[in-house]
Design a protein around this ligand. Structure first.
Ligand code: PGA
Length: 253
């Protein structure tokens, strides 16, 4: 059975002190994660070790880096490698977020290389895809997302894709307070799963967790997560508020 995942994406927010206060508050709120559910914390690089330590002994709770570089090591001032993340026991890495594609010009090919080096180092990618408003208005969203998946993932083997994590994040819903409707989310998630099934077979497609991202909040998470092909969420703004993210974790199927 594929995992149901509530993944926080703190983006470039919080000081160390604020991040500790947030984690302390969150960990004090009772929540239950069964074997099939996970909470993942996508935090800035400087806080990864700290958050990992705070989660020690907690079952089904993991940390994610928000990026890594596509080269192994060397003279790349300011970059962080997958091997470094592995060496501090990071579990996941968010790749291909629309903000990275837009502001840092991350291409399909670069993302394919980042996926490869992450997998080589035992990091699980949370691979983001999603269309801009103009693409949806032109009725082209299915093809657009399909291309993102094909270009950066479809070189992977069936074994590498088993249990993979994809996040569908329509750009027009990120940080705007405007979520996709339940129907829009389900329609795209079903499309993504059918594209995966065509490439890898139904069993592998059914093992892949497809998270929805874009203005997931405490008051809408349950209905979005209830859609049959939505396996949790990648959460920005609401993950910065302990009570809200706790409620989102508790909305997992
Ligand atoms: P948001 O961000 O929840 O603030 O819309 C989601 C994301 O960008 O991952």
């Amino acid at each position: 059975m594929r995992k149901q995942i509530a993944a926080a994406n703190w983006k470039m927010n919080l000081t160390l002190q604020q991040s500790e206060a947030l984690m302390n508050e969150l960990l004090a709120i009772p929540h239950t994660l069964n074997e099939n559910q996970q909470a993942v914390f996508g935090v800035p690089f400087p806080y990864l070790i700290n958050v990992k330590n705070k989660l020690s002994g907690k079952k089904n709770a993991f940390v994610a880096a928000q990026n890594c570089y596509d080269k192994k090591s060397g003279a790349y001032t300011g970059e962080v490698s997958a091997e470094m993340l592995k060496s501090i026991s990071v579990d996941y890495v968010i790749l291909g977020h629309s903000e990275r594609r837009e502001y840092f010009n991350e291409s399909h090919a670069m993302l394919a290389a980042k996926v490869n080096i992450s997998l080589e180092n035992g990091l699980k990618p949370i691979f983001c895809c999603g269309e801009a408003l103009s693409v949806r208005e032109a009725g082209n969203e299915n093809n657009f997302v399909e291309t993102q998946l094909k270009e950066s993932l479809f070189h992977l083997s069936a074994a590498q894709m088993t249990g993979f994590v994809i996040a569908y994040e329509p750009i027009w819903a990120i940080g705007t307070g405007k979520t996709a409707s339940n129907e829009q989310a389900q329609q795209m998630h079903a499309h993504i799963r059918s594209v995966l099934a065509k490439q890898y077979g139904q069993a592998i497609a059914d093992s892949i967790s497809i998270l929805y991202g874009g203005s997931v909040k405490a008051n809408n998470a349950k209905e979005i997560f209830a859609q049959p092909d939505v396996d949790g969420g990648l959460v920005g703004g609401a993950s910065l508020v302990a009570a809200d993210f706790a409620a989102i974790i508790n909305s997992l199927k």
